[in-house]
Structure formats: structure tokens, C-alpha cells
Design a protein around this ligand. Sequence first.
Ligand code: PLP
Length: 392
Amino acid sequence: MIAKRVQDAIERSSWIRKMFEDGARLKGELGAENVFDFSLGNPNLPPPDKFYEVLANIATERIPGIHGYMPNAGFPHVRKAVAGRVAREQKSPVTADNILMTVGAGGGLNAVFRTLLEAGDEILVPAPFFVEYVFYADNHYAVLKTAPTTPEFDLDLDALEREINPKTRIVLINTPNNPTGRVYDIDTLSALGELLTKKSKEYGHIIYLVSDEPYRAIAYDVEVPPVFPTYTASIICYSFSKDLSMAGERIGYIAINPAFEGRDLLAGAMTLSIRVLGFVNAPAIAQRLVAELMDETVDVDYYRANRDLLYDGLIAAGYECRKPEGAFYLFPKSPIEDDVAFCRELQKENILAVPGSGFRGPGHFRLAYCCSHDTVKRSLPGFKRAIERVTG
Ligand code: PLP
């Protein structure tokens, strides 16, 4: 009745459904306030005040055509505003021509994949990673391959080099990372750029670097380094879902490296992909909204406080965990090998966590701390009891 690939996808993602069902059941039984839900990367903070002001203004404007179709790449003034910010961040002369407005990072990645991949081409991703990539690759009949990261979740360039082969078309990185919170430093990115230059030459075709960066604005103590100066055939997918807490409004962009010779061809082709994938264009109101919010973010210090509280609490309880530099995730080691079994132990304490296996990072679990300080504080005794139970 339905396509086999979709049937397979449903089966492969059944663990996510089960997790939601278990969480919803627990909340129904105990009341939502008594469940410590660290399972979802759905920001708890409200958007900045200016979001509401700009939105209210947009709602009153009666300019002909502003709710109609527009160029598939987005409103020209919005692309220009985004380009200004990306140019500063990337220390590159990015212009509006290098920017395409998208339906979130998810929509952006699909447009990139649709544009670059032939059936059977490979996307190489350092693991662990955001598991939706598997489905996005499959949408375009591409194959997702993985290479392990170091024990500190940094890029392992030797491991990546071993996996790159003539079918590799895209190396996909995500910094700050979901699920590990790792931010790759400039030396690592430069070394990756050198590797991709070497391999592109060796195979006689371009291997693109796609950097998925929805958490760029959520970083602690470090600046997220630019990727454009490190490799010319590079593309960024960004989203305002997290930095402005507007995931439901579905707005992001693709930025193409202005130093890449094929940038205009790529921009034209991606514009077509946005159209024929059925997005047509990114939502009009959301585009005009973010154009006025280029200097705004949610209160990142709120997430920093959660990170510190949760990290310190876990370490004090005996967990092993790397302190992340960005995003709003912790990826501690499971105290027992079976991370799924350990998440069940946490559930007995009304704590919802996601097994690392779901991100191809077995032996760990992911905690999304985009929740209230109170949730973090009140969860800590449960984390302590759970580790004590399993380590005897
Ligand atoms: N990439 C990563 C690493 C994410 O964590 C997410 C969302 O959680 C996305 C992409 C998709 O973001 P968007 O809501 O912009 O489609």
C-alpha cells in the first residue's frame, strides 16, 4: 500500500515513536511537571521581545503582493540582510546572490542534496550525528556513510580519509554538534579542507563540504569558527529554529561560499530544487521577520546555566561526560554498555533521555537541556539514584 522505502523508514524510526509514547504516557500519569523531559531539541525559551514587535508590525502592513509568491530563492531584501551577517561570521565577501532562503535547515539540506547528488552517491558524516540525515539522504536515493569521531567527539581526519572513496560527493559536518555539543576548531576545519582538496583532486570531481549550523549562535566560551575560509566548495545550512526559538515557523537559509567558482550555477540549481521539491519558497512572513532580527538571539546564558548545572550534577553523581562548547545537548557515557537499558533505568526516575544508539553513538545517551532550570535541578537526585543502581 505504501512505498517500501517509506515502510522501511517507519520501521527504522519506530524507536522514536516509542519514546514519544512512553513520555506521553508518563506525563499523563504523573503530570508534565513531574517528568524530567530531556528528550527533545525543542527550545523552551520564548523568542526575543523584538520578535513580537516586528511580527505585530508585519501583521498590520497592507502592501500589495507581500503574501504572494516571490522569487523561489526568497525576498531580495531578506537575502541581502542575511548576506551581511554571514559575511561577518564567515569573514568572506558573501552577497545576496550567495544566499537562498529555505524551509529551516531541514529544507535547506534537502535542497542541497537534491542539487548535488546522483542516485547511489555517498554522503559521509562523522558519527554520532542527527539521525534525520539518514532519511534526507534516502529522499534523494543517496547513501549515508559514517566515520567515527575521536573519543572527545572531535573530527577524526584519518577515519574520514579512510571512508572517502570515488562515490563520496558530500562530507556533512554539524557544528556545534547535535548530539555531542562539540564545536570544531579552526585548525581541524582547515585540515579537513586540505583533505577534501586532496581527495577532490585524486578523484577528479568536487567533494562538497556541507556544514549544518543551526546551533551556530548557541556557543559558550568559544566563537564558532567560519568554514568558508577553510575550503572553497563549501555550503552552510542555517536555521533560525534554535537561536530565535521559532522552529515551528520553518525558516533558514543556504549560504554558498563566494570563493567557489561554480557559485552562481549552484545558486540557480538550488533555487530550482527549492521550487521542485514543493517548498516553492520559504514562508513569506518568517522571511520578513528574520530580516529584522539579524542581531537578536534568545538568552544563551540561560542555556549556559543549564549546561553547567546539569554537567556539574552529572559529574558529581559519577557520570563520565565531556563538557560541550555549544548547542543545548550533553552526551554522557552510559554507565552500562547497553544505553537503551540505561535510558529505561532513567525512566524509572521519570527522566526522559534518548539512547546514543539512535544517533549512532552507542554507549552514550543524549540530554537536551533546552528546558527550565527547575527541571534540571529537580532531576539531579534521579540521575544519581539511577547510576548507583546500575553500578551497585
Ligand atoms: N540539523 C540539526 C543538527 C538539527 O539538530 C536540527 C533540528 O533539531 C535540524 C538540522 C533541523 O532544523 P530545522 O528545524 O531548521 O529544520
